[in-house]
Design a protein around this ligand. Sequence first.
Ligand code: SF4
Ligand code: SF4
Length: 216
Amino acid sequence: MGLYMLRQPRGDWRSDVEALVAAALNRRRLLGVYWLPHRGILAAVFRDPLDRWGLFEPLDPRELESAPRMECPRGCGYCCALRSGAMVLDVELRYLPRWARRLVEGRPYRLVETRLFGPVRVYSLATGPLGSCVFFNPRTGGCRLEEAAGRDAKPILCRLTYCTLFATGPRGRLLRVPGSRAPKYRPATRREWEEAVRELRARWVEAWRKRGLGLA
Ligand code: SF4
Ligand code: SF4
């Protein structure tokens, strides 16, 4: 049994979509996204992923011993409500509940020709008001996929990208220290976490209200 991390994004569509497909096919083996300070990277860590493509590299478990694990507390919704950039890959459609699959199929998509997986359809979900995601639930500030079927039901891109403000470590909740270029964390109480979530939530709520958008 071993730990592996997904190849780092390269900033070109083809290879990044390939990495996303490999991550999506291993979605149940995803342990989380960790900040590895000595490497200066966020690493998506998997347990024994299937990897016929050479897209994962072994990771020494000691590297995770005190590494902050990224978190997305429920009820924030900031990334989903404004310019979400949300996407789902065609290979993920089979994992979606039927109602969600229907919502995605027939939407515009970008066809990405990959070397490893052939053509991959990448559907945009960011077509709601103010670029919000079609699965965003403004009433709860949550994700309708997560609400219906649990955290694993979210598209892989949503499970790999974080604001990096919230994390957990061996001793519990952490908050990012403001102003630090590379993420640095300090222990946080539950109240501090909740306050930080409320502040982020208030930002998109304000933007929605200004545009006359309801939250119901
Ligand atoms: S801002 Fe952070 S906590 Fe809020 S939705 Fe985005 S990733 Fe989650
Ligand atoms: S799929 Fe869910 S988590 Fe991802 S952007 Fe949409 S609402 Fe947010």
